[in-house]
Design a binder for this molecule. Structure first.
Ligand code: SF4
Length: 108
């Protein structure tokens, strides 16, 4: 049986598979399916990886020039233990999406 980490991201359930990483010698989350099929919360907020390039609407939490990704943005809400997070910037919200368009809400 495949090992997964399960997250409820503001109403959408994501099951992220785990794979063995030889370099770190531990199980790590495999985001390849998530990258191919990005999802949004039922409220229309997009879910990104913390390492994704910042968008033009970013508001960085500090003035560090190294802050170039979503993980440094004040709009990014990230659950503990995952590289995934929800963007709460209203400019990025997809306002016409209905929850039923998310299918089961599960990434496999
Ligand atoms: S969290 Fe949202 S607003 Fe911030 S950089 Fe990422 S996509 Fe842009």
């Amino acid at each position: 049986m495949e090992k997964t980490n399960r997250y409820n991201m503001e109403g959408i359930v994501l099951e992220i598979p785990l794979r063995w990483d030889e370099y770190s010698q531990k199980l790590v989350e495999d985001y390849s399916d998530f990258i191919k099929h990005p999802v949004r919360t039922p409220a229309g907020h997009p879910i990104f990886l913390t390492i994704e390039d910042a968008c033009p609407y970013a508001e960085m939490a500090d003035d560090d020039p190294a802050s170039i990704d979503c993980g440094s943005c004040i709009h990014f809400h990230q659950p503990h233990g995952s590289l995934l997070g929800v963007c709460h910037n209203e400019k990025m919200r997809f306002k016409t999406q209905k929850p039923t368009k998310l299918g089961t809400g599960t990434v496999k």
